[in-house]
Write a protein that binds this ligand. Structure first.
Ligand code: ARG
Length: 554
């Protein structure tokens, strides 16, 4: 499960407070994931009366709206929020305000905030702060009582976030400052929490924790799609279809063999995600803003507390402070893994779209994942597959965004890097729902056995087998291939199927054709001869199904 910020999100927009209801159903991992992103899934409902809240901020109650439109709509609606009231905010109370005589422009606050999307890191941010403060107490930089007070305060804040009662403020820029500010207001010791820490190593830590979680979650969903695939392959294990090259009928294969090709693709996807989890498993904390700290911290302690450990439980800490705060390779690896999954979605979807067309009619996709046409009553459109194909473009776009974002950035941290989060969050959200939709579509797919049997009955699909027949009689393959080509031409000329030619006819083409040549077209026999590993013979397919059954056992 992704971090859930809460079904109801309360927001302090610049100068005003809004409450936004997110429609996330409990137990629905996908909805929970998106509920954690405040600017998503929040339908604009009618604005309600605003009243002045504490400290002069405007409080909107019973208002549910998309996060971004709130900012502009409120401003348009006659200065309900402060956007139009005063351009410059008061001298800043922000954490870095010491050297500033004026706070940032309201426009700048709106421009630079990231809490609207990084609030979903709250759970990891709090875990990081707990580990960091535990380490500070361990080395004596804060007292045990201060550590306990900080932990208690963070637990309360997390509970509020989960209940949806925590008030987020864009003035406080990001998830880190929102939480630290709330903590400082309640717990005096919180003023010591940021000792030997920068938001640069903090955000790197939050994201590495998030990637470990996101990769593990997506692997589970890949397994779900693989299980749906396996069930379908077992259910329809004996159906034969033509396999295609160049989208032309090529050779017969069991449908299960085709489905198990997808299985291999998905399995490599799971491997790639596991690799992302491995790459993420190094703790950045202690790298500071760029060059560590002069304070006597214990990085290994923090790493262990956060689970950044190897298989033997030994702590893994990043090895160069500059690389640590500048590095976004895990982001790229994650987005690349999702983009590759997207390409796989797209290829599977394309097959399914073809199979469900009247031209093929090999498969009937479940009504629950199709739609009709508002104009043509006879239509049933394969929308889930078309969207799977379409979403793959978006997943590639996210990867491209990250590559472009990081290309040419000087070491080390630059604020550009704040833009690293929306693409990976989107890749996670989309990949996650796509995997579930793929599983649902496969689970409800019906195979049209009659159509498949008709399509695979063409003896021409076994023309290569006929060449192999000649090879077994000592004919070099090139010559055999040529001879069978001539046989095909002969059949075409006589307007008969390949197996309807007479033995005398084929012997005029090549003397090595014996009276048993026509046995080649016995489909069952032909399939049973494909015995080698990875081939589509019945024995092999059975073996592969058993392998996957074992591997995918829950
Ligand atoms: N919100 C920032 C981000 O996502 C956190 C790091 C800010 N660091 C800084 N030096 N301004 O990148």
């Amino acid at each position: 499960m992704d971090v859930r910020v809460g079904a109801t999100l309360t927001w302090v927009v610049t100068g005003g407070v809004g409450t936004a209801g997110a429609g996330a159903g409990a137990g629905d991992a996908m909805a929970a994931a998106t509920a954690a992103t405040p600017n998503k899934r929040m339908e604009h409902r009618k604005r309600t009366a605003a009243h002045r809240g504490p400290a002069g901020v405007l409080v909107q109650t019973r208002t549910a709206c998309r996060f971004r439109p709130v900012l502009s709509r409120c401003a348009d609606a006659g200065g309900v929020v402060s956007c139009g009231e005063s351009f410059m905010a008061k001298p800043s109370q922000v954490t870095w305000g010491g050297r500033f005589s004026a706070g940032p422009a309201e426009l700048m606050l709106r421009f630079s905030e990231s809490v609207s999307f990084d609030a979903r890191l709250a759970h990891f941010d709090i875990a990081g702060s707990k580990a960091h403060s535990a380490m500070l107490a361990h080395v004596g930089l804060i007292s045990k009582a201060e550590r306990d007070a900080i932990h208690k305060g963070l637990d309360v804040i997390l509970a509020e976030i989960e209940a949806g009662t925590f008030v987020w403020s864009t003035k406080l820029e990001d998830v880190h400052m929102n939480i630290e500010h709330a903590l400082t207001q309640r717990v005096p010791a919180a003023a010591r929490l940021h000792t030997a820490r920068s938001r640069n190593d903090q955000v790197a830590t939050d994201m590495r924790l998030w990637f470990k979680h996101a990769a593990a979650d997506l692997i589970e969903r890949v397994r779900g799609a693989q299980r749906a695939l396996l069930e379908l392959a077992m259910r329809e294990g004996d159906v034969l279809i033509p396999g295609y090259t160049h989208l032309q009928r090529a050779q017969p294969v069991f449908l299960a063999h085709h489905l198990l090709a997808w299985m291999e693709m998905l399995d490599r996807d799971a491997d790639r995600l596991a690799e992302v989890g491995r790459q993420a498993n190094w703790c950045p904390l202690g790298s500071g803003a760029i060059a560590g700290t002069t304070l006597p911290i214990d990085r290994e302690f923090t790493a262990k507390a956060l689970g950044f450990v190897d298989a033997r439980g030994r702590p893994q800490v990043t090895q160069n402070s500059m690389d640590t705060v500048a590095d976004r390779d895990v982001f790229i690896a994650f987005a690349a893994a999702c983009a590759t999954i997207g390409v796989h979605f797209s290829r599977m979807a394309e097959d399914l779209i073809l199979w469900s067309s009247v031209e093929f009619k090999y498969a009937d996709l479940p009504d629950a994942f199709c739609t009709g046409s508002s104009l043509m009553p006879q239509k049933k459109n394969p929308d889930s597959c078309e969207l799977l194909r379409g979403k793959s473009a978006r997943l590639q776009g996210n990867l491209h965004t990250l590559l472009t974002l990081t290309k040419g950035l000087p070491l080390t941290y630059n604020r550009d890097l704040q833009e690293d989060k929306p693409p990976v969050f989107d890749s996670y959200d989309q990949t996650s729902i796509c995997l579930d939709v793929l599983a649902g579509t496969l689970a409800g797919m019906k195979v049209n056995r009659t159509r498949c049997a008709e399509a695979v009955a063409d003896p021409a699909l076994l023309a290569t087998d006929l060449a192999d027949y000649l090879v077994l009689r000592g004919v070099p393959f090139r010559e055999a291939h040529h001879a069978v080509g001539a046989v095909v031409k002969l059949a075409e000329g006589e307007a008969v199927k390949l197996d309807q030619l007479s033995t005398e006819d084929v012997q005029t083409v090549h003397p090595k054709f014996g009276p048993d040549w026509v046995k080649v077209f016995d489909l069952k026999r032909a399939m049973s001869m494909r015995r080698g590993t990875g081939m589509p013979g019945p024995g092999q397919v059975k073996r592969q199904l058993a392998r996957w059954r074992k591997k995918l056992k829950p």
